[in-house]
Ligand binder design. Sequence first.
Ligand SMILES: Nc1nc2c(c(=O)[nH]1)N[C@H]1C(S)=C(S)[C@@H](COP(=O)(O)OP(=O)(O)OC[C@H]3O[C@@H](n4cnc5c(=O)[nH]c(N)nc54)[C@H](O)[C@@H]3O)O[C@H]1N2
Ligand SMILES: Nc1nc2c(c(=O)[nH]1)N[C@H]1C(S)=C(S)[C@@H](COP(=O)(O)OP(=O)(O)OC[C@H]3O[C@@H](n4cnc5c(=O)[nH]c(N)nc54)[C@H](O)[C@@H]3O)O[C@H]1N2
Ligand code: SF4
Ligand SMILES: [Mo]
Length: 731
Amino acid sequence: MEVKLSVCLNCGSFCPTLVTIDKGRVLKVEGDPEAPIYKGFICPKGRAIPQQHHLPGRLLHSVKRLPDGRRSPIGNDQAIDEIAGRIRRILDESGPESVAMYLGGGVAEQHAAPGVMRAFMAAIGSPMFFTAGTIDQPGLVLANALHGQWEGGRVHPSRCGAYLIVGGNPVISKQHLPQNPGQQLKTITKTGTQVIVIDPRRSETARRAAVHLQIIPGEDPTVLAGLVHLIFALNGLDEAFVRENTRGAEALRAAVADFTPEYVAMRAGIAANDLIAAARILIAARSGDTALGVGPSMATRGTLSSYLALCIQSLRGFWAREGEPVSRPRVLLSRQVRKAQPAPARSAWGFGRHSFARGLQQTAMGMPTAALPDLMMSKGKNRIRALFLHAGAMYSWPDQRRTAEALGALDLLVMHDVELTATSALAHYVLATRRQLEMPAVSQAAEQIGAIHPGYDWTEPYAFYRPATLEPPEGSDVIESWQTYYRLACKLDLTLEIGGTPLDMEQEPSTEAILELYCKGSVVPLSRVKQFPHGGLFDEARDVVGSRDAACAARLELADATMLSELADVRAEEVLARRRVDEDFPFLLITRRAQESTNSGVRVEGRIKISPNPAYMHPDDLASLSLGSGDRVEIRSRHGRVIAFVAADSDLRRGVVSMTHGFGARHSRDYDPRRDGANVNQLLSWEQEYDRYHGMPRMSAVPIGVRAADEPTEGPRCTHGGPERNAPGDA
Ligand SMILES: Nc1nc2c(c(=O)[nH]1)N[C@H]1C(S)=C(S)[C@@H](COP(=O)(O)OP(=O)(O)OC[C@H]3O[C@@H](n4cnc5c(=O)[nH]c(N)nc54)[C@H](O)[C@@H]3O)O[C@H]1N2
Ligand SMILES: Nc1nc2c(c(=O)[nH]1)N[C@H]1C(S)=C(S)[C@@H](COP(=O)(O)OP(=O)(O)OC[C@H]3O[C@@H](n4cnc5c(=O)[nH]c(N)nc54)[C@H](O)[C@@H]3O)O[C@H]1N2
Ligand code: SF4
Ligand SMILES: [Mo]
């Protein structure tokens, strides 16, 4: 028996762990008490790694789907040979744009993969690289472009007097408080940070807030505009900061003039005094920060909500000033000079590819995922014929039926997986993949995400490197995702480049060598980080915000024309028509993450109790429908229906139903809502009130109806007869 240091990759927290192993069997995973920052923290998903690792249905060999639908095992060398042949033919016949790649949650544990995936696409000359970023919080990135960025970065949490959390629940999701979030929240509130939470649910995070605005879903732009209005009305501007660093304050003041506390309260279903209390916290604080989760993003108008949050920060001067600590110090990335000055606004769209259905286009967040199903089903020249898919699309994309149709229309679908899921069951080739304990991991992965999304990374100069903890099972033939793309490139006579350095295409590099290349020029050399097996804090990477350039004339934009015109639309619209609730669809469905799962990829069956995804409702709403906790229900939207079961949750606003995504019928298994959990994405459509630019549709604040459903007479049944039915030949 031995105990090895490792790290959990089941979410973006990267908790350091101690793994007890006996003869290749993982017996126990605990938090590492000696690791800095985390203080031994670990959640149930980390403790369940032994069950996850020894999943009974694990793919130990790749499989190929035969034309008649049966599957046969195939060696990885043979599989890659065949895939290369098919890709070469598709490239010859239809050109590079007919080959696409989608990077989603599937690569979360494959730290070497994203860079090699991008290098492969660059080498074949295809721009069709899509990511989950456009069904997550694309508005954060677009709003940053429109507002301009403060080069000094955000305020370090230890200095925040106010912290505004909008539609996120870090205590469970860890997004925005990525290390031991409960402890982090306790520490900041103890040292004087006042937390404001805007959420239709009294979430685990909202419970600790000084002010909780329990709004009607979808009203974030209204409430944020109301806060901006009050900052002006109560003379809460940081006048010097606004004068020196922004433009458009007067236009913004005019644009929010009608978002009075009375109007906002009436529309968002909150008390005007609570809104005023929240504004007073923001105004009284000398410094602060805002954090947006997926709630406002999925309820549409995520760019506008993100933009208004940035405006609040700039009106209040909530940015790291000269001499203050850099809030996300770089360790395994190269040093970035941080100055106390604005970088000017830039285009968020309109610069890239426009040739997508419904006017969708490439934006600052990349290619629009919403365009992918259309492209796969296109009969035209723009058809995508081959897709490398790293995600649980059948669970996580809106409209499962369309997803199945689109994936089914491909000439070649290649997936990596650790088991056959409803998604990988559709692939022509499923490449059996190494699991997290079988690959090295490095904190740079989170630093990279943190450079795009402020909810990840560390606010101290922390870094870790962990070698693989154990070898794959004997007799298995499993691969890492990056190796697929490297080996395909070799067969296609392509040279891959990482950061300008060509890879050796004769001798396959090790994963370590790939990670070394990613860390080239980092503030702290990777070799030094490797000397700290528990992970370390690297004081030489601490940094302070430098002074402003004398010549800097850039300003943060408070009055972007598109944003202010969207805000005017919000104020002018008929609220109930916009909300689209009526007699048939009286409830609003919202998102929530659960402690026991991460998206569709992490659902460990066995020791921990799986949350089977109940539809949470307020007890009074249940009573009004004569329903009780545990009752089976049919949930309908204007686009689909699912069978689920309800549970009482008095923390919800009335009229709201809260469920988790990523659940649904498992491959080759009849569907039982109490065991599998309903797939909420069957209720969504790509075309429902989609964002004009990046295409993300309405995925929260979705109007639904709920009614009692009969219990099945003879055990579980596949109620949506969908594509996740057994493929012919499955045992
Ligand atoms: N209704 C609703 N829908 C949502 C959301 C929501 O809040 N509500 N959230 C959205 C958000 S924010 C996101 S980020 C997406 C996340 O959704 P996805 O991007 O789909 O991520 P996962 O579901 O985690 O994908 C995990 C799956 O990827 C596949 N996979 C591919 N390559 C690999 C690999 O190399 N290794 C492994 N282990 N698996 C691989 C496996 O089938 C695995 O089960 O969902 C989005 N969908
Ligand atoms: N345990 C676990 N952790 C995860 C994940 C997971 O699946 N499980 N997924 C990871 C991923 S991919 C992501 S992107 C992050 C997401 O991290 P978060 O954004 O923190 O995720 P959620 O828990 O879905 O929080 C969304 C919150 O928004 C609220 N909400 C819903 N609609 C609205 C609305 O219209 N307005 C407002 N103001 N609030 C609304 C919901 O009640 C909920 O509390 O989490 C990551 N971490
Ligand atoms: S799943 Fe849990 S243990 Fe694993 S990294 Fe996330 S918070 Fe830590
Ligand atoms: Mo996400």
